[in-house]
Every structure is written in C-alpha cells, then in structure tokens.
Design a protein around this ligand. Structure first.
Ligand code: ADP
Length: 754
C-alpha cells in the first residue's frame, strides 16, 4: 500500500480493500448545511472518494479529497493532483468524514470537468457491488464502464451560441431577422442561427458590438433530447406472446422467458423495447456472441431507425467505441445491442435489459473483473429501477433453480410461431457407420444433404472443431504431436496459401508440420479427427454444385463478415452454412430445413460438471435452427446415442432434463445447489502456492466446521504451469478475508473449472 505521505496530501480511501461502504448522495444533514452555506455565500467542504485510472496498486480503491468550494456529486469527472501529477478521476462518493487523515489535510479537488455525472448512481452502486461480490478492486470493477482515458474527451464540448440582450435603436432588415429570431428563442446555437437567418458573420459581429446579443455556450447536457422516432410498428403478438408480454410487464422481479426455439421471443423483446422507448427509456439487448450482433441489428432495424441503435462490443475500434458511448450517453441511442460488455453502456435512462440466450457461457467474463452478465444485470436493474428479461429455450440450471426459489419470475412460450412443429430428430450412432475416407459424413447425412439440395432447401452443419485434423498420430509409437506450451495435441491447419501447419488452440502456439515423428523418428504420421477445413473439402468434393459458406473464427474476424454470410443465406444465394459456435446460436433462417451436429460427443467427455448441460443446450439450440418456416429435420451424429443429454434433446424434453440434472447437482453438492470459488495460480511457483493455499483453506474449513470441499490440481489446458484450487460449499465468502491471495486470481461462480 502506498502511504498517505507518499501521495502527499491526497490520502487513500479509508475503506477496506474489498468492502467499501460508499454513499451516493450527501446525507440530508450535509445537504441542509450546504444549502444554508450556499445562501450565506460559501459552500461547506466535504470529503469525497475519487477513482483514477492509474495502474498503481496502492490506489485501486480510490483516494480521498476534499471538495473545497466546489459542489461535487458522485459520478462526476474531476481533475485532481496525485503525486504532483494532474489526473482525471471519477467521484465515487461524498461523505461528511474528517477532512484530514493520518495527520494530513486532504487535498482539494482541482476542477470539475463534467457537471453531469459520467456514471449514474445505479452504475456506481453496481460497480461497488461488483467489487464486493467478485472480490476485486473498485478500479477493476470500474474498467468495463468506461472507454480508455482520457475521459474528458467523452464529455461533449459545449455548444457555442448567442443570447438576446436588447433591441438596438436602429436596425437593418437583416439585423432585424436575427434579433427577432433570438428574441423568440432566447438562446440559439451558432449553427442554428446561421441556418435560420442566413446572415453573414459581419452582421452578427455588429450586433455583438451594439450589445444587442451576446455569446453564450450551453452544455449539451442541457439541450433537450429528441423524442424517439420509430421506423416501424412492433409486430402484432400472438395470444401466447401477448400474455407472456403482459405478465412480464406487470412483474417487478427479473423474468425468465422460457420459450422454445422459434416461439417468437425476439418479437416479445421488440414489444418491450418499443414500450420502453415510448416512455423515454433506453434498453440494452445482450447477445452471447459478437457475431450475432449483426443478425439481431438486422431484425431491429425494422423497428427503430438505425441511428437510434448503438452497438457495443469488444471488437470495436477505440474511436467507434467512444463515439457509440457518447451517442448512448446523450440519449440519442434508444437501444444498445451488444455482447456482455454492452451491459455497462452509459444509459442514464435505463428502462430495460434483455439478455438473449441467457444460458450461454460467454456471458461470463474470464478476465478481472470476472463478472457474470446475468447477476450483474440483475443488480444494475435493481439499482436503476429497470426490468430484466432473460430469454432462452434452454434455461441455465442457475436460472431454473432461481425460478423454483421464487427469485425469478418465469413465463413460457411453449409453441412455435404459427404452430410450426418442432423438427424430427434422427440420431446416428457413429460407432456403427462405415465412413471410408469421408469421416465424419455418414451415408445418412450425405443423403439428407443431397435431398435438401435437390429440393432447393438449406442446410446448417455444426462441428465444434476448427482446422483440418484434430490431432497428428504416429502409427509406429502411437503418440500424438503435442504442443510444448500446453502439452495438448496440436491441431492440423491449412493456411490461406494451402500450407499445412500445427496450431495449439489453447495457447496460440504454432509449429511446422514435421515429416517424421519427433518421439520415435518414424516416417508414419497420420492426421486423425476432422475439423471445419476438412469438412469444407469433403462437402466441396461430394456436392460440387452446392454453394457453401464456412463460418468459424479462422474466416470470420468481424461481425460484418457474418452479416454478409447471413444475407446470402436469407437471399438463397447459398445452400449450406457450416461452422463452429456461431451457426448454432439464435439464427433465424427460414430456408433451413436440415440442421446437423456432426459429432455431438465433443465436450461430453470433458471432466466438467457442466459438460452434459452444455451439450444439451447445444443440441437443443441446433434443433432450433431447422424448420422455422416449414417442416424440418435434425441429424445428431454421436458415439453415445444413449447419453441422457442426447436422448432428452432429441425428444425436446427440456423440463425433464433440467429437473433430472438439478436433482443430480443437489445430490452431488454442485452449483447451483452450492456456491463455488476458484483460485487460479499462474506464477513460477504456481504448484507450491496452490498447495499452500489449499492447505490454508482446508485448515479454515476444519476449524470453522464449514460445509465445504476443496481440491487442488493443475488445470487441464495449462500445460502444468497453471494450477487451481476449487472450493465448493455453502456460505463460502466468509473464508476469503482470512486467506493470503496475493498470488491468486479469485473467480467467484466460475464457469470454467477444469
Ligand atoms: P425465437 O427468438 O423464440 O427463436 P423468433 O423471434 O426468431 O423466435 O421467431 C421465429 C420466427 O417467427 C421469426 O421469423 C419471427 O419473425 C416469426 N414470428 C414470431 N412471432 C411473430 C409475430 N407475432 N408476428 C410475425 N412474425 C412472428
């Protein structure tokens, strides 16, 4: 910790490291005194806590300053001096605590940069909740709320304008026009005066000299926000959709919209977003994948003008991020669409957050602050008085158990739009198939694709593996080529120039494909297992007439590229879309009558208590891509046709699956029936440190007689260099303050735990 003296007169925020109690408004007593003192001609100084963007660990929970004669409010952007350096900071809180600490008088705030708060009260409260709950510093919790500094550039510049003062004795006709206009309006921006009166700069100059008008700048915050303009009317909801919508509107608790794929959840969202906009409120629509933002924007453009929609995700350039941020803050954007970080959009008039595909794992941030968008959105809505809607066809076990406990409200859409029936599901047992050289294409699958091509219908193929082959095996020593970084098998890829190379998907390390086995020297290396590049080759060879689109992260870098692919599918300029994750989630392509999971088992065998849930969600989501406008079919290829997840998904028995899985988790004491905390250790002495931490945790569990279990192990994909301690049980947080966590990353409610 940097001492107060080290920081000169600015002192460290006196709150404890992770549990600061901030106040968001001066208390009534102080307000009364301030009002009185303002009347008497001076402002009473208060203490305030300011967060700066400095990486210095000593000040990551804020510094205390005194407000001097400035009227400072939480959320404001201010200029302060830290070690003789001028810095920007966000005021987190104000209070009436002592104006000196440890013998030093607090330094005053130098200047208020923005009068209007940069962060709203609800955002400040959420930020503090995040720091407390996710056990991180306030500065880490603040990071997702703001684009990178300098923050002063986020504040719109004052708008220059003219104010009417008095009528001169004699006026030329042109001067008269200006005077009449300004007398009517009182104040007008320079550009509006030019537009309305069409007079030269010389006339304005003369009027200023005469003292008839005066220059005056207005803050854009004071300029009125235009009412929302709708490009179209929201859809007419079906009776089922209408009742779900009305139920959610009445309900204050977060709502889980449990609607099967194709039931019209997006239509219900439209109606709610449109209601919010009419009430002058902003909405945030979260989607689980950046690539999906383009798909969903296309759907909402029919409702709003494009210029009332803002997009926020991590692939935006810093310049576009700033410009979107400012459009949202100014209230110009009525709807913010984006991936999880869009949750932190500066909506000062937040009315609604919709989290589409609530169950998706991508809603968890895997870097500090390690927040989950679902819990954080719940808090933000609570603080902002906004509504939270979570839509999904396959609720997460967390959401499901919260519905059962009454924390969430649930409403259902059990039918597809127009009563379209769910597709029939064919399960192909891969163990019984003779593939020849066509693995993983079974004859059933090839026939079904051929049939769709003949009928002019479309196919979506899903394979959760990129590249040409999932491993390179030596037929002599039976060993696989492994990455020195992660100790996991290398995947074989082909570069855009057709050159083969090896890629470690976990660390990103690449290597050349050797001619001989590095283990035994044999010239007998065989690529095994299929990836998307191989699938593309087989498809092209088997169906030379087909128009094929590939969608994986090797070919798709930006959301706009996904938009082009989807447009081609919608315009029937393509027959087959195949790829990884992005083809499974949320796509609404009416021409698709066949959806295929090429190898359902990838993932099922992972040693993860959520592996089954994930496979079930994936299969159900894939089912949702087929037959949305006409009868469809789904083919699931698997080596384990009897697996519970495969059987339940192929029979569309989501409720049964959730109930069975929840009971299992309760019996085995896994989340959501228990809490979980993961401690990750990465440094040189990761193993020793992890074991030491594990021992300390076991001691605590024993001494306090806690109902908890702890384990320590190297992580599966860390190549032996990353270790973790997993803690599972009830009321786990009590243990945290007693642990030395200086080497560990704390992950509360981890999703990744293998
Ligand atoms: P979900 O999000 O539940 O998978 P969608 O909202 O994508 O379902 O709806 C499936 C299809 O049905 C879409 O093409 C959508 O436009 C159409 N649809 C659903 N409800 C309506 C409605 N009330 N009016 C017109 N079209 C609808």
């Amino acid at each position: 910790m940097v001492g107060a003296a080290g920081l000169e007169l600015a002192t460290l925020c006196s709150q404890s490291r992770y549990s600061s109690q901030l106040s968001y408004a001066p208390n009534a007593d102080i307000l009364a005194k301030n009002t009185r003192s303002a009347r008497e001609g001076y402002t009473l100084s208060m203490r305030c806590t300011v967060l700066v963007n400095s990486r210095s660990p000593g000040i990551h929970n804020g510094l205390s300053y005194e407000t001097g004669d400035l009227t400072v409010e939480p959320g404001m952007l201010v200029r302060i001096s830290v070690r003789k350096k001028e810095m920007e900071g966000i005021v987190l809180s104000t209070d009436n605590g002592p104006l000196d600490e440890e013998g030093f008088t607090l330094k005053p705030i130098d200047e208020i940069i923005s009068k209007e708060p940069v962060l709203s009260t609800a955002q400040l409260k959420t930020l503090q909740w995040m720091a407390d709950y996710y056990y991180c510093s306030l500065r880490s919790a603040m990071t997702p709320f703001l684009p990178s500094p300098p923050w002063r550039t986020l504040i719109p510049k004052n708008i220059p304008g003219y104010r009417f003062i008095k009528e001169p004795e004699k006026l030329t006709p042109k001067q008269q026009v200006v005077i009449d206009t300004l007398r009517r309006e009182g104040w007008m921006s320079v550009s509006d005066v030019k537009k309305e009166t069409d007079v030269s700069a010389a006339i304005i100059k003369r009027l200023k000299e005469l003292g008839s008008i005066e220059e005056e700048s207005h803050s854009p915050d004071a300029v009125e926000i235009k009412p929302y303009v709708f490009a179209g009317t929201p859809p007419t909801l079906t009776p089922l959709q209408q009742s779900a919508y009305e139920e959610m509107k009445k309900e204050k608790r977060p709502s889980l919209l449990f609607g099967i794929t194709g039931s019209g959840k997006t239509e219900v969202y439209s109606q709610m977003i449109s209601d919010a906009a009419k009430a002058g409120k902003q909405s945030i629509l979260l989607v689980p994948e950046i690539l999906l933002t383009e798909h969903i924007i296309h759907r909402f453009e029919t409702l709003f003008n494009r210029d009332r929609i803002a997009v926020l995700h991590s692939r935006l350039t810093p310049a576009s991020r700033r410009s979107e941020w400012m459009r949202i803050r100014s209230g110009e954007a009525a709807l913010v669409i984006g991936s999880r970080s869009a949750l932190f959009a500066p909506c000062h008039k937040l009315g609604l957050i919709i989290m589409d595909e609530e169950h998706e794992w991508t809603y968890k941030n895997e870097q500090t602050p390690r927040y989950h968008a679902r819990e954080t959105a719940e808090k933000l809505c609570e603080f902002a008085g906004a509504k939270l809607v979570m839509g999904t066809a396959t609720p997460s076990l967390e959401a499901w158990s919260r519905v059962k406990s009454g924390r969430y409200h649930m409403t259902e859409l059990p039918e597809r739009y127009k009563n379209q029936s769910l597709p029939t599901v064919k399960v192909v047992d891969l163990a019984t198939v003779n593939f020849g050289s066509l693995y993983p294409f079974s004859p059933t699958l090839l026939a079904a694709i051929g049939d769709r091509l003949k009928k002019g219908e479309q196919t979506v193929l899903f394979l959760n593996r990129r590249g040409m082959a999932s491993a390179i095996l030596c037929l002599k020593c039976r060993k696989r080529l492994v990455s020195p970084e992660s100790q996991l098998p290398f995947t074989l890829h082909r570069s855009s120039y057709g050159q083969p190379f090896l890629l470690d998907h976990f660390s990103g390390v690449t290597a050349n494909l050797p001619a001989d086995c590095p283990h035994c020297g044999a010239h007998d290396l065989l690529p095994v297992g299929a990836g998307t590049q191989k699938v593309e080759d087989i498809l092209a060879a088997q169906f030379p007439q087909a128009r094929i689109l590939r969608a994986d992260s090797d070919v798709l870098q930006y959301p706009e590229q996904m938009r082009t692919l989807l447009k081609k599918m919608r315009d029937r300029e393509a027959d087959i879309l195949f790829g990884t994750q992005s083809v499974v989630k949320g796509l609404d392509l009416p021409g698709v009558t066949l959806a295929v999971v090429m190898i359902a088992d990838i993932g099922l065998s992972l040693p993860h208590f959520r592996a089954g849930e994930r496979v079930f969600q994936l299969l159900t989501q894939l089912t949702g891509r087929s037959g949305r406008a006409q009868q469809g079919e789904v083919i699931v290829q698997t080596f384990r046709p009897e697996a519970v997840e495969v059987v339940a998904a192929s029979q569309h028995r989501t409720r049964d699956y959730l109930e069975t899985e929840l009971t299992l988790r309760e019996q085995l004491h896994y989340p959501p029936s228990t809490e979980m905390i993961r401690f990750i250790l990465r440094e040189e002495r990761a193993e020793q440190n992890a074991k030491k931490l594990h021992a300390a945790i076991l001691r605590f569990i024993h001494e306090e007689d806690m109902k908890a279990q702890a384990s320590v192990a190297p992580t599966l994909f860390g190549g032996g260099k990353v270790w973790h301690v997993l803690l599972r049980g009830k009321d786990l947080r009590t243990i945290l303050p007693s642990l030395d966590l200086s080497d560990a990353v704390v992950d509360i409610d981890p999703i990744d735990c293998i």
